[in-house]
Design a protein around this ligand. Structure first.
Ligand SMILES: *Cc1c(COP(=O)(O)O)cnc(C)c1O
Length: 459
């Protein structure tokens, strides 16, 4: 940080010296509580804010107030949030909560060194992208597998490594936006491949792909229509038909399945593409996310033909899209759960998707009773959750929760987010709703406490 005298030389309003502010009695109290280093850092921040005009210039008292705010009011920016929305794979809430075993594995490996890039059999340099290849190959039934940072990275890497400077055929109905900033046309442009849209928005046939194919074509890209569903007069070829056509044309069939489902399908996700089936149907490479229906950490899986995966692994972009050891640790442990008999139940995403509505109702009744005991009105209500994560639109998950009446649901929602343990609820006319499906075991106490603090204070 620049010294005070330097600043004075610039002609900015002259803030009080850091040392003087530290001696202010209010700040001295804070320094005793938070430690001198933290207090000094906060004073320096406040002084810098005056210098840059973010804080109005004032005397030590003004600065002391700001320092108090900085020290007392700096909650961690990444915090636990109780998910009262009933949306299981909620992207705003960090998608899949990890299985306890996966979280413990990541925590254990986090504090030490690992063989992230060391082959323990040969003692030579290893490849982090391939660490999970064996188990993924066996579980999904593909020749080869690699892991990258997320689903979008998998698609970008494949298009760059296999299709750069060439054409990729995509159905008009699949040149879509997945949410946030992931748009298929943008990813294609970024990869250096040329998007050739075929068919129409609602109907695309194999013959549309065949007509568009030229010697410049490198691949057909099939994209799972994750976050919307077209109904009515629609048509698209079966994956197996499309694969056969792509192979007749001598190009690759790449499939972005998005959620990545390993059998069996949980309720509400019957329409999701099965990873193993995609490969069996002839897709050369399949891409999916680790933190959607797989219920693991953020990751992107690339599954399919060995020669193609090898080209991705060797591409320089792979380095920029590589997964970190914590992602891999959690992903490996989650995949091991999936591989074990009964292990699916250990994965929160699966347990929540399969939660029995009768149990959700009983849990909601318990909460309502607890709230009534402390003088708050609450009643059990039927709700509709969702799988989320751009998965299975239009397949609601019938659920139960509590409705808590309040005159200003918007204000209560905001205050619940600011509570000691943040709670994301649903806003309804005349009240708020907490859907029980995604409130994790062990969060009941914190949920009731947050509701009591926010609504009790309002009552
Ligand atoms: C979610 C999704 C992606 C992006 O995956 P991330 O893991 O979020 O990067 C890409 N394609 C489809 C079809 C998706 O549903």
């Amino acid at each position: 940080m620049r010294s005070h005298s330097e600043v004075a030389g610039t002609g900015s309003p002259r803030p009080p010296a850091v040392g003087r502010v530290l001696q202010h009695p209010d700040v001295a109290v804070l320094a005793a509580r938070h430690g001198r280093a933290a207090a000094t850092a906060a004073v320096q921040t406040a002084v810098a804010e005056v210098r840059t005009g973010r804080l109005a210039p004032g005397d030590e008292v003004v600065l002391a107030q700001r320092v108090a705010q900085l020290l007392d009011g700096t909650p961690r920016q990444l915090r636990r949030v109780i998910n009262g929305t009933g949306v299981v794979v909620h992207t705003n809430l960090g998608r899949a909560p990890l299985a306890a075993r996966a979280a413990a594995r990541a925590a254990d490996l986090a504090s030490g060194y690992t063989n992230l890039e060391l082959d323990l059999r040969t003692g030579r340099r290893g490849d982090r992208h391939s660490l999970l290849a064996d188990i993924l190959r066996r579980l999904v039934g593909v020749e080869e597998a690699m892991v990258v940072n997320n689903g979008a990275a998998a698609v970008l890497l494949a298009l760059t490594a296999l299709c750069r400077g060439r054409e990729v055929l995509v159905s008009r109905g699949e040149a879509i936006e997945i949410g946030g900033s992931f748009r298929i046309p943008d990813i294609l442009r970024l990869s250096g491949a040329k998007l050739v849209e075929v068919g129409t928005t609602n109907r695309t046939r194999v013959s549309d792909y065949e007509r568009a194919c030229t010697p410049r074509t490198a691949a057909v890209l099939r994209v799972h229509q994750s976050n919307f569903r077209m109904t009515g007069f629609t048509e698209r070829p079966q994956l197996s038909e499309l694969a056969a056509a792509a192979h007749r044309m001598g190009v690759h069939l790449l499939e972005d399945v998005g959620s990545g489902l390993l059998p069996p399908a949980p309720p509400g996700a019957a329409h999701e593409a099965r990873l193993g089936k995609s490969r069996a149907d002839g897709a050369d490479l399949i891409f999916c996310s680790g933190d959607k229906l797989l219920g693991a950490s953020q990751a992107g899986l690339v599954l399919g033909r060995a020669g193609l995966v090898e080209r991705l692994r060797r591409h320089p972009l792979a380095r920029a899209l590589r997964p970190d050891k914590l992602q891999l640790a959690a992903l490996e442990e989650t995949v091991r759960c999936i591989d074990e008999p009964g292990g699916m139940e250990l994965i929160p995403v699966w347990a929540m998707l399969r939660a029995d509505p009768r149990r959700l109702r009983r849990r909601s009744e318990g909460w309502a009773a607890q709230l009534r005991k402390i003088g708050l009105e609450a009643e059990v209500t039927a709700t509709e959750g969702a799988v989320g994560g751009g998965t299975t639109p239009g397949d609601p998950l019938p659920s139960f929760g509590i409705h808590v009446p309040c005159p200003h649901p918007g204000a209560v929602r905001r205050r619940l987010l600011a509570a000691e343990t943040a709670v994301l609820c649903l806003e309804r006319p005349g009240g708020i709703v907490i859907d029980a499906r995604c409130v994790l075991p062990g969060e009941d106490g914190a949920l009731i406490a947050a509701l009591a603090a926010v609504l009790g204070a309002a009552a």
